[in-house]
Design a protein around this ligand. Structure first.
Ligand SMILES: Cc1cc2nc3c(=O)[nH]c(=O)nc-3n(C[C@H](O)[C@H](O)[C@H](O)COP(=O)(O)OP(=O)(O)OC[C@H]3O[C@@H](n4cnc5c(N)ncnc54)[C@H](O)[C@@H]3O)c2cc1C
Length: 364
Protein backbone atom coordinates (compact mmCIF):
# COMPACT_ATOMS: atom_id res chain seq x y z
CA UNK A 1 0.00 0.00 0.00
CA UNK A 2 1.14 3.61 -0.48
CA UNK A 3 2.41 5.87 2.27
CA UNK A 4 0.11 6.40 5.23
CA UNK A 5 -1.71 9.70 5.43
CA UNK A 6 -0.59 10.20 8.97
CA UNK A 7 0.95 8.35 11.90
CA UNK A 8 -0.44 8.20 15.40
CA UNK A 9 2.94 7.93 17.14
CA UNK A 10 1.70 7.13 20.63
CA UNK A 11 0.17 3.80 19.59
CA UNK A 12 2.22 3.37 16.37
CA UNK A 13 -0.98 2.97 14.36
CA UNK A 14 -0.63 3.82 10.64
CA UNK A 15 -3.68 5.62 9.26
CA UNK A 16 -4.91 5.40 5.67
CA UNK A 17 -7.89 6.74 3.76
CA UNK A 18 -9.76 5.16 0.85
CA UNK A 19 -13.22 5.56 -0.61
CA UNK A 20 -14.08 1.86 -0.17
CA UNK A 21 -12.39 -0.80 1.98
CA UNK A 22 -12.72 -4.30 0.56
CA UNK A 23 -11.94 -7.10 2.98
CA UNK A 24 -10.70 -10.17 1.09
CA UNK A 25 -8.53 -10.26 -2.04
CA UNK A 26 -10.08 -13.48 -3.34
CA UNK A 27 -11.49 -13.49 -6.88
CA UNK A 28 -14.63 -11.57 -5.94
CA UNK A 29 -12.84 -8.87 -3.92
CA UNK A 30 -10.22 -8.32 -6.64
CA UNK A 31 -12.82 -8.26 -9.42
CA UNK A 32 -15.02 -5.79 -7.51
CA UNK A 33 -12.01 -3.62 -6.78
CA UNK A 34 -11.14 -3.46 -10.48
CA UNK A 35 -14.74 -2.66 -11.44
CA UNK A 36 -14.87 0.17 -8.89
CA UNK A 37 -11.52 1.58 -10.05
CA UNK A 38 -12.90 1.65 -13.59
CA UNK A 39 -15.80 3.75 -12.27
CA UNK A 40 -13.37 6.15 -10.62
CA UNK A 41 -13.81 4.85 -7.07
CA UNK A 42 -10.63 4.24 -5.06
CA UNK A 43 -10.45 1.02 -3.06
CA UNK A 44 -8.09 -0.59 -0.64
CA UNK A 45 -8.03 -4.39 -0.89
CA UNK A 46 -7.14 -5.97 2.43
CA UNK A 47 -6.22 -9.63 2.87
CA UNK A 48 -4.97 -11.51 5.88
CA UNK A 49 -2.65 -13.63 3.69
CA UNK A 50 0.71 -12.39 2.43
CA UNK A 51 0.13 -13.91 -1.00
CA UNK A 52 -3.21 -14.14 -2.76
CA UNK A 53 -4.46 -17.44 -4.20
CA UNK A 54 -6.82 -20.06 -2.82
CA UNK A 55 -5.82 -23.71 -3.18
CA UNK A 56 -8.97 -25.45 -1.91
CA UNK A 57 -11.07 -24.89 -5.03
CA UNK A 58 -11.46 -26.94 -8.21
CA UNK A 59 -11.70 -23.85 -10.39
CA UNK A 60 -14.37 -25.49 -12.57
CA UNK A 61 -16.30 -22.57 -14.07
CA UNK A 62 -19.05 -22.53 -16.68
CA UNK A 63 -18.36 -20.84 -20.00
CA UNK A 64 -20.37 -17.89 -18.62
CA UNK A 65 -17.08 -16.83 -16.96
CA UNK A 66 -16.00 -15.20 -20.23
CA UNK A 67 -18.55 -12.41 -19.56
CA UNK A 68 -16.41 -11.44 -16.55
CA UNK A 69 -12.85 -12.63 -17.10
CA UNK A 70 -11.03 -13.19 -20.38
CA UNK A 71 -9.64 -16.75 -20.45
CA UNK A 72 -5.88 -16.73 -20.43
CA UNK A 73 -3.33 -19.51 -20.99
CA UNK A 74 -1.56 -18.38 -17.82
CA UNK A 75 -4.29 -19.97 -15.66
CA UNK A 76 -6.51 -22.02 -18.00
CA UNK A 77 -5.74 -25.74 -17.53
CA UNK A 78 -8.44 -27.67 -19.35
CA UNK A 79 -11.84 -27.58 -21.07
CA UNK A 80 -14.92 -29.64 -20.19
CA UNK A 81 -17.95 -30.52 -22.29
CA UNK A 82 -19.97 -32.79 -20.01
CA UNK A 83 -20.30 -34.86 -16.86
CA UNK A 84 -20.85 -38.47 -15.82
CA UNK A 85 -23.24 -38.78 -12.86
CA UNK A 86 -22.77 -41.92 -10.73
CA UNK A 87 -25.17 -43.30 -8.13
CA UNK A 88 -24.01 -46.44 -6.27
CA UNK A 89 -25.22 -48.79 -9.05
CA UNK A 90 -26.17 -46.58 -11.95
CA UNK A 91 -24.71 -43.83 -14.09
CA UNK A 92 -25.52 -41.55 -16.98
CA UNK A 93 -23.58 -39.03 -19.05
CA UNK A 94 -24.64 -35.56 -20.17
CA UNK A 95 -22.48 -33.87 -22.76
CA UNK A 96 -22.57 -31.37 -25.56
CA UNK A 97 -20.21 -31.14 -28.49
CA UNK A 98 -18.85 -27.74 -27.45
CA UNK A 99 -16.96 -26.50 -24.39
CA UNK A 100 -19.32 -26.07 -21.43
CA UNK A 101 -16.83 -25.22 -18.71
CA UNK A 102 -13.22 -24.28 -18.05
CA UNK A 103 -10.87 -25.68 -15.44
CA UNK A 104 -8.62 -22.93 -14.11
CA UNK A 105 -5.63 -23.09 -11.78
CA UNK A 106 -7.24 -21.25 -8.85
CA UNK A 107 -4.11 -19.73 -7.26
CA UNK A 108 -2.99 -18.40 -10.69
CA UNK A 109 -6.54 -17.22 -11.50
CA UNK A 110 -6.70 -15.30 -8.20
CA UNK A 111 -3.28 -13.75 -8.81
CA UNK A 112 -4.36 -12.66 -12.29
CA UNK A 113 -7.49 -10.93 -10.92
CA UNK A 114 -5.48 -9.34 -8.12
CA UNK A 115 -2.90 -7.93 -10.55
CA UNK A 116 -5.73 -6.58 -12.76
CA UNK A 117 -7.16 -4.78 -9.70
CA UNK A 118 -3.76 -3.30 -8.88
CA UNK A 119 -3.24 -2.26 -12.49
CA UNK A 120 -6.64 -0.52 -12.41
CA UNK A 121 -5.47 1.47 -9.37
CA UNK A 122 -6.50 -0.51 -6.27
CA UNK A 123 -4.32 0.00 -3.22
CA UNK A 124 -3.55 -3.22 -1.38
CA UNK A 125 -2.76 -4.20 2.13
CA UNK A 126 -1.74 -7.83 2.64
CA UNK A 127 -0.54 -9.90 5.56
CA UNK A 128 -2.84 -9.01 8.47
CA UNK A 129 -6.49 -9.89 9.13
CA UNK A 130 -9.08 -7.21 9.69
CA UNK A 131 -9.82 -7.65 13.38
CA UNK A 132 -11.96 -4.65 14.17
CA UNK A 133 -14.55 -2.66 12.25
CA UNK A 134 -16.23 0.51 13.59
CA UNK A 135 -19.15 1.96 11.66
CA UNK A 136 -19.25 5.69 12.49
CA UNK A 137 -21.80 8.34 11.50
CA UNK A 138 -20.06 9.23 8.23
CA UNK A 139 -17.23 6.69 7.85
CA UNK A 140 -16.05 3.15 8.57
CA UNK A 141 -12.77 2.26 10.28
CA UNK A 142 -11.13 -1.12 9.64
CA UNK A 143 -8.16 -2.16 11.75
CA UNK A 144 -5.75 -4.77 10.36
CA UNK A 145 -2.51 -5.29 12.26
CA UNK A 146 -0.93 -1.87 12.81
CA UNK A 147 -3.05 -0.20 10.15
CA UNK A 148 -6.30 1.68 10.47
CA UNK A 149 -8.12 2.34 7.20
CA UNK A 150 -10.90 4.91 7.12
CA UNK A 151 -13.37 4.83 4.23
CA UNK A 152 -16.92 5.76 3.31
CA UNK A 153 -18.00 2.12 3.34
CA UNK A 154 -16.74 -1.45 3.69
CA UNK A 155 -17.39 -4.54 1.54
CA UNK A 156 -16.98 -8.04 2.96
CA UNK A 157 -15.55 -10.30 0.24
CA UNK A 158 -14.00 -12.37 2.98
CA UNK A 159 -15.39 -15.75 2.13
CA UNK A 160 -17.53 -18.48 3.67
CA UNK A 161 -16.51 -17.64 7.26
CA UNK A 162 -16.76 -13.87 6.76
CA UNK A 163 -15.38 -11.78 9.61
CA UNK A 164 -17.40 -8.72 8.55
CA UNK A 165 -20.62 -10.77 8.50
CA UNK A 166 -20.05 -12.12 12.01
CA UNK A 167 -18.54 -8.94 13.49
CA UNK A 168 -21.41 -6.69 12.38
CA UNK A 169 -24.03 -9.42 12.93
CA UNK A 170 -25.62 -9.77 9.49
CA UNK A 171 -28.61 -12.12 9.95
CA UNK A 172 -28.75 -15.26 7.81
CA UNK A 173 -29.84 -18.88 7.58
CA UNK A 174 -26.75 -20.64 6.28
CA UNK A 175 -24.88 -23.86 6.84
CA UNK A 176 -21.44 -25.17 5.94
CA UNK A 177 -20.14 -28.39 4.43
CA UNK A 178 -16.43 -29.17 4.29
CA UNK A 179 -14.76 -29.44 0.89
CA UNK A 180 -11.51 -31.38 0.49
CA UNK A 181 -9.44 -32.14 -2.60
CA UNK A 182 -6.10 -33.32 -3.87
CA UNK A 183 -4.18 -33.30 -7.15
CA UNK A 184 -2.57 -36.43 -8.55
CA UNK A 185 0.14 -36.50 -11.23
CA UNK A 186 -2.01 -38.49 -13.60
CA UNK A 187 -2.39 -37.03 -17.13
CA UNK A 188 -6.07 -36.85 -17.96
CA UNK A 189 -7.32 -35.39 -21.23
CA UNK A 190 -10.94 -36.54 -20.83
CA UNK A 191 -13.46 -33.75 -21.32
CA UNK A 192 -15.90 -35.20 -18.78
CA UNK A 193 -15.97 -34.56 -15.04
CA UNK A 194 -17.20 -37.48 -12.92
CA UNK A 195 -19.57 -36.95 -10.00
CA UNK A 196 -20.30 -39.62 -7.38
CA UNK A 197 -23.39 -39.50 -5.17
CA UNK A 198 -24.48 -41.61 -2.21
CA UNK A 199 -24.60 -41.51 1.57
CA UNK A 200 -21.64 -43.88 1.83
CA UNK A 201 -19.52 -41.83 -0.59
CA UNK A 202 -20.10 -38.25 0.53
CA UNK A 203 -23.04 -37.72 2.92
CA UNK A 204 -24.75 -34.39 2.29
CA UNK A 205 -22.90 -33.67 -0.93
CA UNK A 206 -20.91 -35.58 -3.60
CA UNK A 207 -17.42 -36.65 -4.65
CA UNK A 208 -15.72 -35.70 -7.91
CA UNK A 209 -12.92 -36.48 -10.31
CA UNK A 210 -11.86 -33.63 -12.58
CA UNK A 211 -9.56 -34.06 -15.57
CA UNK A 212 -7.06 -31.21 -15.66
CA UNK A 213 -4.93 -32.16 -18.68
CA UNK A 214 -1.55 -32.74 -17.07
CA UNK A 215 -3.02 -33.82 -13.73
CA UNK A 216 -6.22 -35.19 -12.18
CA UNK A 217 -8.12 -33.82 -9.22
CA UNK A 218 -10.09 -35.91 -6.73
CA UNK A 219 -12.32 -34.24 -4.19
CA UNK A 220 -15.48 -34.34 -2.16
CA UNK A 221 -17.53 -32.37 0.27
CA UNK A 222 -19.47 -33.81 3.17
CA UNK A 223 -21.37 -32.45 6.13
CA UNK A 224 -19.14 -34.38 8.55
CA UNK A 225 -16.00 -36.55 8.64
CA UNK A 226 -14.81 -35.20 5.30
CA UNK A 227 -11.27 -36.56 5.70
CA UNK A 228 -12.57 -40.06 6.48
CA UNK A 229 -14.80 -40.10 3.39
CA UNK A 230 -12.05 -38.54 1.27
CA UNK A 231 -9.56 -41.28 2.17
CA UNK A 232 -12.22 -43.92 1.51
CA UNK A 233 -13.09 -42.37 -1.88
CA UNK A 234 -9.47 -42.18 -3.01
CA UNK A 235 -8.82 -45.71 -1.93
CA UNK A 236 -11.91 -46.88 -3.93
CA UNK A 237 -10.36 -45.14 -6.95
CA UNK A 238 -6.99 -46.82 -6.30
CA UNK A 239 -5.31 -43.45 -5.81
CA UNK A 240 -2.59 -42.49 -3.37
CA UNK A 241 -2.37 -38.86 -2.31
CA UNK A 242 0.13 -36.82 -0.35
CA UNK A 243 -1.17 -33.31 0.10
CA UNK A 244 -4.78 -32.18 0.40
CA UNK A 245 -6.57 -28.84 0.64
CA UNK A 246 -9.76 -28.23 2.60
CA UNK A 247 -12.13 -25.31 3.04
CA UNK A 248 -15.80 -24.81 3.99
CA UNK A 249 -18.53 -24.28 1.40
CA UNK A 250 -21.45 -22.10 2.53
CA UNK A 251 -25.12 -22.51 1.55
CA UNK A 252 -28.37 -20.83 2.33
CA UNK A 253 -29.79 -17.35 2.55
CA UNK A 254 -27.77 -14.48 3.91
CA UNK A 255 -28.72 -10.83 4.37
CA UNK A 256 -26.11 -8.72 2.64
CA UNK A 257 -26.67 -5.04 3.59
CA UNK A 258 -26.18 -2.83 6.60
CA UNK A 259 -25.41 0.86 7.06
CA UNK A 260 -22.13 1.50 5.15
CA UNK A 261 -21.46 -2.24 4.76
CA UNK A 262 -22.35 -4.93 2.22
CA UNK A 263 -21.34 -8.57 1.66
CA UNK A 264 -20.44 -10.03 -1.75
CA UNK A 265 -19.42 -13.55 -2.88
CA UNK A 266 -19.23 -16.45 -0.43
CA UNK A 267 -19.62 -13.97 2.44
CA UNK A 268 -23.19 -13.39 1.15
CA UNK A 269 -23.72 -17.14 0.43
CA UNK A 270 -23.94 -16.38 -3.30
CA UNK A 271 -23.27 -20.03 -3.97
CA UNK A 272 -25.07 -22.73 -6.00
CA UNK A 273 -26.33 -25.18 -3.35
CA UNK A 274 -26.50 -27.99 -5.89
CA UNK A 275 -22.80 -27.93 -6.80
CA UNK A 276 -21.09 -25.63 -4.28
CA UNK A 277 -19.79 -23.40 -7.07
CA UNK A 278 -19.58 -19.77 -5.98
CA UNK A 279 -17.55 -18.05 -8.68
CA UNK A 280 -20.23 -17.23 -11.26
CA UNK A 281 -22.81 -16.09 -8.70
CA UNK A 282 -20.10 -14.03 -6.99
CA UNK A 283 -19.09 -12.31 -10.24
CA UNK A 284 -22.73 -11.62 -11.17
CA UNK A 285 -23.28 -10.06 -7.73
CA UNK A 286 -20.01 -8.09 -7.83
CA UNK A 287 -21.16 -6.37 -11.04
CA UNK A 288 -24.43 -5.42 -9.30
CA UNK A 289 -22.51 -4.26 -6.22
CA UNK A 290 -20.17 -2.07 -8.31
CA UNK A 291 -23.14 -0.26 -9.88
CA UNK A 292 -24.83 0.18 -6.48
CA UNK A 293 -21.65 1.54 -4.86
CA UNK A 294 -21.09 4.02 -7.69
CA UNK A 295 -24.68 5.25 -7.21
CA UNK A 296 -24.14 5.49 -3.43
CA UNK A 297 -21.18 7.84 -4.01
CA UNK A 298 -23.14 9.88 -6.58
CA UNK A 299 -26.04 10.34 -4.15
CA UNK A 300 -23.94 10.33 -0.96
CA UNK A 301 -26.32 7.69 0.43
CA UNK A 302 -24.73 4.74 2.24
CA UNK A 303 -27.82 3.66 4.17
CA UNK A 304 -28.93 0.07 4.60
CA UNK A 305 -32.19 0.89 2.76
CA UNK A 306 -30.28 2.28 -0.23
CA UNK A 307 -28.14 -0.88 -0.54
CA UNK A 308 -31.16 -3.13 -0.06
CA UNK A 309 -32.84 -1.42 -3.00
CA UNK A 310 -29.81 -1.00 -5.29
CA UNK A 311 -27.87 -4.15 -4.44
CA UNK A 312 -29.70 -6.83 -2.48
CA UNK A 313 -33.03 -6.72 -4.32
CA UNK A 314 -31.16 -6.83 -7.65
CA UNK A 315 -28.98 -9.83 -6.86
CA UNK A 316 -31.98 -11.55 -5.26
CA UNK A 317 -33.93 -11.05 -8.49
CA UNK A 318 -31.20 -12.84 -10.45
CA UNK A 319 -30.14 -15.54 -8.00
CA UNK A 320 -32.39 -16.10 -5.00
CA UNK A 321 -34.95 -18.38 -6.65
CA UNK A 322 -32.08 -20.48 -8.10
CA UNK A 323 -30.48 -20.70 -4.66
CA UNK A 324 -33.82 -21.80 -3.15
CA UNK A 325 -34.53 -24.40 -5.86
CA UNK A 326 -30.95 -25.70 -5.68
CA UNK A 327 -31.24 -25.96 -1.89
CA UNK A 328 -34.53 -27.87 -2.13
CA UNK A 329 -33.07 -30.31 -4.70
CA UNK A 330 -29.98 -30.75 -2.56
CA UNK A 331 -32.25 -31.66 0.39
CA UNK A 332 -34.16 -34.22 -1.70
CA UNK A 333 -30.95 -35.85 -2.98
CA UNK A 334 -29.52 -36.01 0.54
CA UNK A 335 -32.62 -37.78 1.82
CA UNK A 336 -32.48 -40.67 -0.70
CA UNK A 337 -31.04 -44.06 0.19
CA UNK A 338 -28.90 -45.98 -2.32
CA UNK A 339 -31.74 -47.83 -4.06
CA UNK A 340 -33.80 -44.63 -4.37
CA UNK A 341 -30.78 -42.84 -5.83
CA UNK A 342 -30.25 -45.66 -8.34
CA UNK A 343 -33.91 -45.43 -9.36
CA UNK A 344 -33.68 -41.65 -9.74
CA UNK A 345 -30.51 -41.85 -11.84
CA UNK A 346 -32.16 -44.55 -13.99
CA UNK A 347 -35.14 -42.25 -14.58
CA UNK A 348 -32.92 -39.25 -15.30
CA UNK A 349 -30.91 -41.20 -17.87
CA UNK A 350 -34.19 -41.64 -19.79
CA UNK A 351 -34.43 -37.83 -19.94
CA UNK A 352 -30.81 -37.45 -21.05
CA UNK A 353 -31.62 -35.85 -24.41
CA UNK A 354 -33.82 -33.08 -23.01
CA UNK A 355 -31.40 -32.41 -20.14
CA UNK A 356 -28.55 -32.10 -22.65
CA UNK A 357 -30.58 -29.54 -24.56
CA UNK A 358 -31.84 -27.35 -21.74
CA UNK A 359 -29.45 -28.05 -18.85
CA UNK A 360 -27.41 -25.14 -17.49
CA UNK A 361 -24.74 -25.78 -14.85
CA UNK A 362 -25.30 -22.34 -13.29
CA UNK A 363 -29.07 -22.08 -13.39
CA UNK A 364 -30.58 -25.55 -12.92
C1 LIG B 1 -13.04 -27.86 -2.25
C2 LIG B 1 -13.76 -26.73 -2.94
C3 LIG B 1 -13.94 -26.77 -4.32
C4 LIG B 1 -14.60 -25.71 -4.96
N1 LIG B 1 -14.74 -25.79 -6.32
C5 LIG B 1 -15.37 -24.77 -6.98
C6 LIG B 1 -15.49 -24.81 -8.39
O1 LIG B 1 -15.02 -25.74 -9.05
N2 LIG B 1 -16.15 -23.79 -8.99
C7 LIG B 1 -16.67 -22.72 -8.29
O2 LIG B 1 -17.30 -21.84 -8.88
N3 LIG B 1 -16.55 -22.67 -6.94
C8 LIG B 1 -15.90 -23.65 -6.27
N4 LIG B 1 -15.74 -23.59 -4.92
C9 LIG B 1 -16.25 -22.39 -4.21
C10 LIG B 1 -15.30 -21.22 -4.45
O3 LIG B 1 -14.02 -21.56 -4.00
C11 LIG B 1 -15.81 -19.96 -3.74
O4 LIG B 1 -17.15 -19.74 -4.11
C12 LIG B 1 -14.97 -18.75 -4.11
O5 LIG B 1 -13.64 -18.89 -3.66
C13 LIG B 1 -15.58 -17.48 -3.49
O6 LIG B 1 -14.74 -16.40 -3.71
P1 LIG B 1 -14.67 -15.19 -2.65
O7 LIG B 1 -13.74 -14.19 -3.25
O8 LIG B 1 -16.06 -14.80 -2.28
O9 LIG B 1 -14.05 -15.84 -1.32
P2 LIG B 1 -12.62 -16.52 -1.10
O10 LIG B 1 -12.07 -17.05 -2.37
O11 LIG B 1 -12.81 -17.47 0.03
O12 LIG B 1 -11.70 -15.30 -0.65
C14 LIG B 1 -11.87 -14.70 0.61
C15 LIG B 1 -10.60 -13.93 0.95
O13 LIG B 1 -10.82 -13.19 2.16
C16 LIG B 1 -9.66 -13.26 2.97
N5 LIG B 1 -10.07 -13.03 4.37
C17 LIG B 1 -10.90 -13.76 5.12
N6 LIG B 1 -11.05 -13.19 6.34
C18 LIG B 1 -10.29 -12.07 6.35
C19 LIG B 1 -10.02 -11.04 7.32
N7 LIG B 1 -10.59 -11.06 8.54
N8 LIG B 1 -9.19 -10.04 6.98
C20 LIG B 1 -8.61 -10.00 5.76
N9 LIG B 1 -8.83 -10.94 4.81
C21 LIG B 1 -9.66 -11.95 5.09
C22 LIG B 1 -9.12 -14.67 2.71
O14 LIG B 1 -7.74 -14.78 3.01
C23 LIG B 1 -9.41 -14.84 1.20
O15 LIG B 1 -8.32 -14.42 0.41
C24 LIG B 1 -15.09 -24.61 -4.22
C25 LIG B 1 -14.91 -24.56 -2.84
C26 LIG B 1 -14.23 -25.60 -2.20
C27 LIG B 1 -14.04 -25.53 -0.70
Amino acid sequence: MGRPLYLAFGSMILMYRAQVSIIGAGPIGSYLSKKLAQKGIGTVLIDRKNTVGKYACSGLISKRITSFVRMNGAFLEHKIDGAVFHSPDNSFTLRRNTTQAYVVDRPLFDKHLFSEAVRAGAKTFLGAPVEKICVLKDAVECTAGQEKITSKMVVGCDGACSFLRDHLGFPGKTRLVNGIMSYVDECNSSSLVELYYGKRVAPGFFAWKIPRGKRTEYGLAAKENHLFYFKKFLSSQGVLFEKYYAHPIVFGEQESCKERAILVGDAAAQVKPFSGGGLIYGFISADIAARAIKKAFDKDDFSKEFFQKEYESRWHKKLLSKIRIGGALRGILDSLDNSELDALFGALSEEKKSMEQIGDMDFL
